[in-house]
Design a binder for this molecule. Sequence first.
Ligand code: NAD
Length: 248
Amino acid sequence: MQTGFNAQVAIITGAASGLGLVIAHKLLNEGAYVGLFDVNIEALREEFIGNPDKEEFVSVDVTDPAMVEKGVEQIVARFGKIDILINCAGITGATNIKSHEVDPENMRKVFEINFMGSFNTSKAVLPHMLANGYGRILHIASIAGKEGNAGMLAYSASKAAVIGMAKVQGKEYAETGVTINALAPAVIRTPLVEAMPDTQVQYMTDKIPMRRCGTLEEAANMAAFIVSAENSFTTGFTFDLSGGRATY
Ligand SMILES: NC(=O)c1ccc[n+]([C@@H]2O[C@H](COP(=O)([O-])OP(=O)(O)OC[C@H]3O[C@@H](n4cnc5c(N)ncnc54)[C@H](O)[C@@H]3O)[C@@H](O)[C@H]2O)c1
């Protein structure tokens, strides 16, 4: 599979950890210029070499539209355009609890980061992509958004909203050269998963027919394909990365 990103400009949110981190490294290795967005700027400095020609660290809270807008402008000023946006910033919020136990504040926080964050960034990059007649947006959703994980109402519902947004955006921009897709991974061992209660992780892992977790490499490979120029006739779609859990 040919997925060179030579001279393309990508913004990756949540780039300091887990999926965002490996995806950012893959795109960098394949020739992209990358805007690395995260609230945790110290972790970005530890995880990247800070190649001044290729990387721009941006301290961004994706829930803040003004900060997102400023960060996007910073990348355009630095690298001249935006070809790719990959939304990896996300949290699970409280898990292993039933719906009647959910704290509304926690529900709002999860939606703010998982849904509004992806909305804010896509809204900010779209005018630049439309002006260039080219773009690839990838929202990292979750199998939880397709299937609904018991014990994870806020997370599952926020990811279902992300999947809905990808469907809408895919149709809205279908004739513009900009594609918008989502990805629904099952369990991939990252700090996000390590922070969850063991029983919740067991529940999710037991449902994977391949009887194993996905790897970071598998996630990076699929993400890179989704945002490649070669992936040109698919939009509004949620790709599967679940070891057979979802066959739709
Ligand atoms: N790991 C999995 O098994 C899995 C499965 C399905 C979906 N996902 C989704 O993939 C994405 C990445 O998950 P991960 O496992 O790599 O998580 P992670 O916790 O390892 O990384 C998330 C990153 O997002 C950043 N972040 C959090 N809130 C932010 C904010 N408001 N603004 C900017 N950055 C913020 C964090 O600092 C962190 O660097 C998430 O959206 C997650 O829901 C993960």
